[in-house]
Ligand binder design. Structure first.
Ligand code: LLP
Length: 456
């Protein structure tokens, strides 16, 4: 991928004084086995596995998220197989979809977890994970969160600054424990993602320790009494379909490992290469995960390190739809609008990242139109799709917003005092509510309209 290398080198982000980017591999595109088709269509309309989406909407109401358990199992199995004999564990990144039932489904498949907050730890433990299944990432861990994770005996803290390291050492000392640590390094590679907000491994970002400081922070870690330096970690970004950033990043981390082991007594056991593998939202080619396995295998094979991969979106992204009912149609300024009962409070991605999600009618009218699909929220930026060629759906019709299994429900909010939607899991011909729709009472549960005033 010479183009990527050139861009990388021009910015001086990679290869300066440490090592040069080796020949990097393009992400090959065709795959042999196609992913499981979770949302097939037949004469009765769109289904999730063996259940009609129309039936789910009538039973549960809209908006609601609907997930296919078979699709999640299939993605997990494909990724696992693609990693071949690599000594690797998949630590599902809980932030993508942290419903307890989804976490539990992945636990049954053998996944570990990547978490970023005390709340995610709480959910993980409720889903039956043990601390040893969990790596704790995040740029701003609080002392309370550190304490909870230490008590839970997590596998690794991915530490993102020297100050965090010192605080973790102090918290561990107070508890009479030793914190297992990986240093999260910013590999400072160039990353191509659909939106700048989903890049993390470029120079000057808040994530990770700047590459040229990583060795000195690792030395500090190696000398602290209540932390045990066990690994290195990186996460280059999200929705990545090129392997060059992983390849260059891993090379840099392996180089750093040699320096650490040369300069300290630490012997590293883990190399966490983060998440980020892309899924298909529109007409993009699928990422060739078999090739990804080969690329990583060629770099780390024989290193003696246990590899941790933190996929989120890849495992659940295409396994979910947001089901919404059309409320109204209207025309304004020569434009068509389809006003749905779901909006940015249910699915933030279109308005926040200008993200594209395919929208399909559950029972198509057979006619198409070009319209903005918008929600009921009082913001002009509240949309699910703009200028979209779409079924000419009428009030009462159901739409399925595709590829919303990751970063959908988890980013929903109560803005405009809207209860958050339900989540439904399908398994073959049966379905169950895994998160009930919020009620108006849920909305006011934490309010206090007779506040207890105080001065200190
Ligand atoms: N590991 C770490 C340390 C991360 O920060 C993330 C995602 C992942 C793993 C999982 O990345 P994935 O495999 O899902 O790409 N809300 C955005 C995505 C933000 C991702 C944040 N970090 C979106 O809707 O596209």
């Amino acid at each position: 991928m010479p183009e990527v290398r050139e861009r990388v080198d021009r910015r001086g982000a990679v290869g300066k004084g440490v090592l040069s980017a080796r020949e990097v591999s393009p992400a090959r595109v065709k795959e042999t086995a196609a992913p499981f088709e979770a949302f097939p269509r037949d004469a009765s309309g769109l289904r999730c596995e063996g259940v009609s989406l129309d039936v789910i909407a009538r039973a549960i109401g809209t908006p609601c998220y609907v997930y296919s358990s078979a699709a999640i199992r299939d993605q997990y199995r494909r990724l696992r197989e693609a990693m071949g004999k690599l000594d690797m564990r998949l630590h599902y990144s809980a932030k993508a979809n942290s419903s307890i039932a989804i976490l539990a489904l992945l636990r049954e498949l053998g996944a570990g977890l990547d978490i970023v907050s005390g709340g995610e730890l709480f959910r993980a433990l409720k889903a039956g994970y043990s601390g040893r299944d969990i790596v704790f990432s995040g740029v701003g861990k609080t002392e309370r969160e550190m304490e909870e994770a230490l008590r839970a005996d997590v596998l690794l803290f991915n530490v993102e600054s020297e100050q965090e390291l010192q605080v973790l050492d102090a918290v561990a000392k107070r508890l009479g424990l030793v914190a297992p640590v990986a240093v999260r390094v910013n590999p400072e590679v160039l990353v191509d993602t659909p939106h700048p907000y989903t890049r993390t491994g470029e120079k000057g970002m808040k994530f990770g320790i700047p590459f040229d400081e990583a060795l000195s922070v690792a030395k500090v870690a190696a000398n602290l009494k209540n932390v045990h330096l066990l690994g290195l970690d990186m996460h280059v970004g999200s929705q990545i379909s090129q392997f060059a950033p992983y390849e260059v990043g891993v090379q840099r981390l392996l180089h750093l490992r040699r320096e650490i082991e040369r300069d300290t007594k630490a012997r590293l056991e883990y190399l966490d290469i983060g998440g980020g593998l892309a899924v298909t939202y529109d007409a993009e080619s699928t990422v060739d995960i078999g090739h990804f396995g080969e690329v990583i295998g060629a770099l780390v094979g024989g290193s003696g390190l246990r590899i941790i991969l933190e996929p989120g979106r890849f495992l659940v992204g295409n396994a979910g739809v947001l089901l919404t009912r059309v409320l109204y149609r209207k025309r304004s300024g020569g434009k068509e609008f389809i006003i749905a009962d779901a909006g940015m409070t249910d699915l933030l991605r279109p308005s926040h990242y200008n993200a594209f999600h395919r929208i399909e009618a559950v029972n198509p009218t057979g006619r198409t139109t070009v319209a903005d699909v918008v929600g009921p929220i009082c913001e002009s930026g509240d949309f699910l799709a703009l200028d979209r060629q779409i079924d000419d759906a009428q009030p009462g019709d159901l739409l399925a917003v595709q590829s919303t299994g990751a970063y959908g429900f988890v980013m929903s909010s109560n803005y405009n005092a809207r209860p958050r939607p339900a989540e439904v899991l399908v398994d073959g011909t049966r379905f169950a509510v895994i998160t009930r729709r919020e009620t108006y009472d849920d909305l006011v549960r934490n309010d206090n309209n007779s506040p207890a005033w105080r001065n200190s």
